[in-house]
Design a protein around this ligand. Structure first.
Ligand code: ADP
Length: 158
C-alpha cells in the first residue's frame, strides 16, 4: 500500500524553509500532498490560487507531489486521501507549543493519524513568510529566502 503524507500550511508565500521540508518529506513517503489552507480569516497577501500556483511552479517536475487546497479539518482531509501522516516543520521553540496542542487534539480525534516533525537546514530555519513579506514590502532583497518566481511575485505585489 502506498504511504501518503500531507504537508499542510498557509504558504503565504512559499519560502526556502518550506521547500527544504518538502524535499525531505518527498524522499520519505510515496506521495506527498501539499495542502494549502484556504484561511480566509488570516487575511493572506496572496489568494489561495496564487499560493497554490507558486508551489506548483516549484514542483511541476515532481510526479509524486500534488498541490491541493483545503478548508476542512486536517484529520478529515487525511481520511479522504487515505493519508496517515501529517508533516509539520519545526523551527523555533515557539512553534512547539502550538504544534504540541494541535498534535494532541488531532490524535484525540483520530489516533490513526500520525504527525511527523521535520527540521530544515540551519540556514533556512529562521525564515518565515511574515518576515519575507515585511522585507519585500520595505524593498529589501529576499532572494536568499525564497525562489526567483516567488521573489518576482512579491515584487509585483509591492
Ligand atoms: P501555518 O499557518 O500552518 O503555520 P506556514 O505556511 O507558516 O503555515 O507553515 C507551514 C508549515 O511549514 C508549518 O509546519 C511550519 O512550522 C513549517 N515551516 C514554516 N517555516 C519553516 C522553516 N523556516 N523551516 C521549517 N519549517 C517551516
Amino acid at each position: 500500500m502506498k504511504k501518503i503524507a500531507i504537508y499542510p500550511g498557509t504558504f503565504d508565500p512559499l519560502h526556502k524553509g518550506h521547500i527544504d521540508i518538502i524535499r525531505r518529506a518527498v524522499g520519505l513517503w510515496d506521495e506527498l500532498y501539499i495542502a494549502v489552507a484556504d484561511s480566509p480569516h488570516k487575511g493572506t497577501l496572496f489568494s489561495l490560487e496564487e499560493r497554490k500556483a507558486m508551489i506548483q511552479n516549484e514542483f511541476e517536475e515532481s510526479k509524486n507531489i500534488k498541490v491541493i487546497s483545503f478548508n476542512n479539518l486536517l484529520i478529515d482531509l487525511a481520511s479522504s486521501l487515505s493519508a496517515r501522516i501529517l508533516v509539520r516543520g519545526l523551527r523555533v521553540v515557539s512553534d512547539f507549543e502550538y504544534e504540541f496542542q494541535m498534535l494532541g487534539m488531532n490524535r484525540t480525534m483520530n489516533p490513526d493519524i500520525e504527525t511527523v516533525f521535520l527540521m530544515a537546514e540551519p540556514q533556512y530555519q529562521p525564515i518565515s513568510s511574515n518576515f519575507v513579506k515585511d522585507i519585500a514590502r520595505l524593498g529589501g532583497d529576499i532572494s536568499k529566502f525564497t525562489s526567483l518566481n516567488v521573489t518576482n511575485k512579491l515584487k509585483e505585489k509591492f
